[in-house]
Design a protein around this ligand. Structure first.
Ligand code: MF3
Ligand code: CO
Ligand code: CO
Length: 265
């Protein structure tokens, strides 16, 4: 599949979808507390998307090749869960770190973004993993401009994560996005500078590093979706949807509640 170049109309619609996805995270933030179940978070987000935003939760019944349909409207990945955690009747507890990954469809276009949340007061190590992963995502974003390569993005994320004693998940990556949830290219969060696809203005893709406190190896749970660290170490992830502009990048998935951009950017 070729990598599509978005036109002005595509870009305008992606801005709207991206902001709406981020606003779901703003909306849900006060509910991410000790005792809430991830099913409750799923229902709150689902109803906000469908009833308030008039968006479609893209994960619901999403069934890419080889997968059974995803049963919920958001992904909730707690502690050692890397990604695609399926909401359940299990309650969050103090000290948990949890990724909420939101993808909405508005007017045919997708906005995809995720953040880490602290429940109560997690360990210093858990908070550090969340912070380093956030910085890693932004370092990747900072490399985006015409003429740069996907390898430049992967390399800076990998180097920074490993320098901090962490590992980068290899089996899942960022992705092109637009009218489809997952398009070409694949955006690896590791790699070598100057290698891979050369970026052009109008390309749109996510950057969504998954970083483990321990080893990089993964395991899929029997539900067919939830991915965990094989060594049960903590894992964190952040995600933005990014447009390559003539001069650099534009982040599609920002809203009033987005955490501050690191000052080294
Ligand atoms: N939002 C995820 C991503 O960033 C994909 C979730 S697919 C699902 O690509 F089916 F698990 F929801
Ligand atoms: Co994504
Ligand atoms: Co996502």
């Amino acid at each position: 599949m070729a990598v599509s170049i978005k036109n002005q109309q595509d870009i305008e619609k992606m801005r709207i979808a991206g902001k709406l996805a981020s606003e779901v995270l703003d909306f849900i933030t006060p509910y991410v507390v000790h005792g809430v179940t991830t099913d409750q978070l799923d229902k709150l987000c689902h109803d906000y998307m469908v009833d308030v935003q008039k968006t479609i939760p893209a994960p619901l019944n999403y069934a890419p090749g080889g997968h059974k349909p995803y049963p919920k409207s958001i992904c909730t990945s707690i502690n050692q869960q890397i990604c695609h955690g399926v909401p359940s009747d299990k309650a969050l507890k103090n000290g948990d770190i949890v990724n909420l990954d939101i993808t909405v469809i508005k007017d045919g276009y997708h906005g995809d973004t995720s953040r880490m949340f602290c429940v109560g007061d997690p360990s210093i190590q858990a908070k550090r993993l969340c912070e380093i992963t956030y910085q890693a995502m932004w370092l990747g974003i900072s490399k985006v401009k015409p003429g740069a390569t996907l390898g430049d993005i992967g390399h800076i994320i990998q180097t920074f994560a490993e320098k901090n004693g962490y590992s980068v998940v290899r089996e899942f990556c960022g992705h092109g996005i637009g009218k489809a949830f997952h398009e070409d290219p694949q955006v690896l969060h590791y790699g070598k500078p100057g290698t891979g696809l050369k970026l052009q203005a109008g390309m749109m893709f996510t950057i969504e590093p998954m970083i483990n406190a321990g080893k990089r190896d993964i395991k899929q749970m029997p539900d067919g979706w939830t991915i965990v660290t094989k060594d049960r170490s903590l894992s964190a992830q952040w995600e933005h949807t990014i447009l390559v502009t003539d001069t650099g990048y534009e982040v599609m998935t920002l809203s009033d509640g987005s955490p501050a951009i690191p000052d080294f950017i």
